[in-house]
Design a protein around this ligand. Structure first.
Ligand code: SF4
Ligand code: SF4
Length: 473
């Protein structure tokens, strides 16, 4: 079969070229025991400039325990080098579970008659946002099924406006990321104008054949329309886009290589790689039996995937949700994850009201409150961060990437993490979390390299304790 791979092409079948993926997996398998090659690739990754999909595939096949440990410890080190030890917090906000698509792994699929369908009114969105603000969240990812009648773009835009316009006590949502269906360049432009942070769209699987089987009906069944969505988002002016696959739908090797090819494509065509990569795994939900997916990814492979993505695209934020258990989250936080959700509800209206799991898009494994997650992160030596500074300072797209690639973004992340954590501790934390958080801030303040930034951060921390809010670098 002809390999017509072209990473700069605008055609889905050329930048995610099936033959190139098959060749890559074959090449990696042939070199599975090639220690020298794996060592060479790990040394290249240590430079922090990334890996090609082919190099990453070789590391994915490597079974040597010593080399695996090297991969894991390098992932840890790169995360630290680029972002410091902050972990950014966010929460999903489900707006509507109406959906015209037929995705076989999602309970919102159009044919599911078990779940009540609901679209939040603006008043209900305000209530959800207040509940989220009262937990301490500053950054949301809005989620909605695809339904031109129940959630057209005008509804999404109004929702974004409502979210940014809602303020309760010291609360404010400072960054709204958007996870909605693939749409047109004009609609992406409208989202950009509405002030969104990252546009997130999961590919689910890059294998066209399997994609079409798993998406039998609705607009999402068009593989090219879905796969080329990030190109249209970029053309619409959104320069921070978030990729992801649903690991376990099909072969993880195929999807790992496809994901990295997608990142290479964005870099080649637009000069900016993905801002974030999410790593969800298939899990049970209403009308969905995870056992029906024999390719479900076990924990050890999942950890390897996370570490390899960190090595391959070191400048990209990596996100994990509450689908994963506390134990797995703890492990992958050490392997390169830089953003996690906390206190999440995955049902429409789930923050203001305590709804049953019946309406949830997926089962949550980590059911702890945000305060418990913050306390746990502090215990593990991470700095929980509520920072949203980059997008508000215009550090998006290539401006962000230039800083991240020069290893300079941590200079902003560290003081911003401390200041936003201080806000959280003052306004929302329980007494024990506040106490240990204050100790962490005192310790970590000393780790700010620049004398000027350290002094300024110290002054601002004092001002936050006196009641001032929203400082940023
Ligand atoms: Fe709809 Fe998204 Fe669920 Fe598919 S995955 S059924 S598009 S909500
Ligand atoms: Fe994220 Fe930028 Fe804040 Fe760092 S400074 S945590 S990259 S928003």
């Amino acid at each position: 079969m002809m390999n017509h791979y072209d990473k700069a092409s605008g055609q889905a079948d050329e930048f995610i070229c099936h033959e190139e993926i098959i060749d890559t997996i074959g090449y990696a398998r042939e070199h599975a025991d090639d220690r020298a090659l794996a060592e060479e690739i790990i040394s290249k990754a240590a430079l922090g400039k990334g890996l090609t999909h082919r190099e990453a595939a070789v590391l994915a096949e490597c079974r040597d325990a010593g080399l695996t440990e090297k991969i894991f410890s390098l992932a840890r080190e790169l995360k630290k080098r680029i972002y410091g030890n902050r972990i950014v917090m966010f929460a999903p906000l489900y707006l509507s579970d109406w959906c015209v698509n037929g995705c076989v792994y999602c309970p919102y699929h159009a044919a599911n008659r078990h779940i009540p369908r609901k679209r939040l009114s603006m008043e209900e969105i305000r209530r959800e946002v207040i509940a989220l603000q009262d937990m301490g969240h500053k950054r949301l990812a809005i989620e909605s099924g695809e339904d031109p009648k129940h959630s057209p773009i005008s509804y999404i835009l109004e929702a974004i406006d409502t979210i940014y316009g809602t303020h309760h006590r010291n609360g404010s949502i400072r960054r709204v990321n958007v996870n909605i269906a693939a749409t047109t360049v004009d609609n992406y432009r409208l989202l950009k104008e509405a002030g969104i942070g990252t546009y997130i769209l999961f590919q689910e699987t890059y294998n066209r054949h399997d994609y079409e089987r798993l998406h039998p009906s609705g607009p999402k069944s068009d593989y090219a329309w879905h796969t080329e969505a990030m190109d249209r988002a970029m053309q619409g002016g959104i320069d921070d886009v978030g990729l992801g696959v649903l690991f376990g739908l099909e072969s993880w090797r195929y999807d790992l290589v496809g994901l990295l090819m997608h990142a290479e494509h964005l870099e080649a065509k637009f000069g900016v790689g993905p801002h974030t990569i999410s790593v969800p795994r298939i899990c049970p939900a209403d009308d969905i039996d995870a056992g029906a997916f024999p390719d479900a990814v076990p924990d050890d492979v999942f950890c390897r995937i996370v570490a390899i993505i960190r090595l391959a695209v070191p400048y990209t934020g990596m996100i994990i949700s509450t689908r994963e258990s506390e134990r797995v989250r703890a492990k992958v936080l050490e392997l390169g994850i830089s953003q996690i959700s906390g206190g999440s509800r995955t049902s429409v209206g789930g923050y203001a009201e305590d709804l049953t799991d019946k309406t949830a898009q997926f089962d949550i494994s980590d059911r702890r409150t945000l305060d418990q997650v913050v306390s746990w992160l502090i215990d593990m030596g991470h700095i929980p961060s509520f920072c949203t500074a980059c997008y508000r300072e215009g550090r998006t797209g290539d401006r962000f990437m230039a800083l991240a690639k020069r290893g300079k973004i941590a200079d902003c992340c560290q003081p911003n993490a401390l200041m936003t954590l201080m806000e959280y501790l003052q306004d929302y934390a329980s007494a024990p979390t506040r106490e240990k958080g204050m100790e962490l801030i005192a310790r970590e303040l000393r780790n700010i390299g620049s004398d000027r930034v350290r002094e300024l951060t110290g002054e601002r921390l004092a001002e936050i304790r006196e009641g001032k809010r929203d400082f940023r670098f």
